[in-house]
Design a protein around this ligand. Structure first.
Ligand code: AMP
Length: 282
């Protein structure tokens, strides 16, 4: 299937308008490129729910709080387009930074969900950048459904909130995390791990499992977390930003895993130069 590549907002609007005129529903998968099987699972889900799948590929500068992270973000458009050609993607929206943020751009979307928690506490401004670009993508494409990965659970939470608050007529579809066989969640950033760090990286998921197993067995979360964090940091390779059990519904901190709270364990840790995040349901 040939994939149409739109570079401008009028172009993507035209493509979507044509699809809708033909009575087709439109699904959007927002990505920052560096495509892997996690992204492909979102695309597959979008394809199963909609007739026309738009994949956006845009490394959004406003959501990076570290210049070095932005500059080193893995991107290879030709490779991404090759990967997409083997999927159910109908069109790609790959705008330039100036198309998205022209001179004079002065608006920011902030979702104020209370205290700064999880990634919001460690990446100042990150979610404003995400909320702003996602709002723009929803308005630019007019998609009926947008798929987001549970790997970035707090992002999914914030996107659901903003869609409800701003009455944006789009359905947000969560998609489970795709993992390597050793449990490491797929991420574009994994490509920046050294071979040795890649072997160690599996411990992140193991720490989550340790906490989930312990609290299921009746241990208090704070104790289970302290043990898992000590284990993870024991050889000074991981620097843990947070390891917490929270409600998947409200993101409130939990000490005991009550089913009605949909408990999840969340982690962010730096391994060498790479910041990794993950979460699992308890
Ligand atoms: P990114 O390109 O990293 O901004 O991610 C684009 C979308 O893919 C987001 O909705 C992510 O949550 C999702 N995603 C990233 N990694 C995974 C994964 N391992 N499994 C499922 N979805 C993922």
């Amino acid at each position: 299937m040939t994939i149409e590549v739109a570079r401008s907002i009028p172009e993507i609007r035209n493509i979507v308008a044509k699809a809708k005129q033909d009575g087709r529903t439109v699904g959007l998968v927002p990505t920052m490129g560096g495509l892997h099987a996690g992204h492909l699972s979102l695309i597959e889900r979008a394809g199963s729910l909609c007739d026309h799948v738009v994949v956006s590929v845009f490394v959004n500068p406003t959501q990076f709080n570290r210049k070095e992270d932005f500059e080193n973000y893995p991107g290879n458009e030709a490779e991404d387009l090759k990967v997409l050609s083997g999927t159910c993607t109908n069109s790609v929206f790959a705008p330039s930074a100036t198309e998205v943020y022209p001179e004079g751009f002065a608006t920011s979307v902030t979702v104020s969900t209370g205290d700064k928690i999880l990634c919001d506490a460690h990446r100042p401004g990150h979610f404003d950048g995400v909320a702003t670009v996602v709002t723009k993508l929803f308005l630019q494409t007019g998609a009926d459904i947008a798929c987001f990965g549970e790997k970035d659970y707090q992002q999914l939470f914030i996107v659901k909130r903003l869609v409800a608050d701003l009455n944006i007529p789009i359905r947000i579809e969560p998609v489970p995390t795709v993992r390597e066989t050793d449990g490491l969640a797929l991420s574009s950033r994994n490509a920046r791990l050294t071979p040795e760090e890649r072997l160690l990286a599996t411990r992140l998921h193991r720490a989550l499992e340790q906490v989930a197993d312990a609290v299921r067995g009746g241990e208090a979360a704070s104790l289970a977390i302290a043990k898992a964090q000590t284990w993870l940091e024991s050889d000074n390779r991981f620097d843990v930003e947070y390891l917490e059990m929270r409600s998947g519904k409200t993101l409130e901190i939990l000490e005991r895993p009550d089913e009605q709270d949909e408990p999840r364990v969340f982690i962010a840790a730096n391994l060498g130069k790479v910041r990794l995040i993950d979460n699992i349901a308890v």
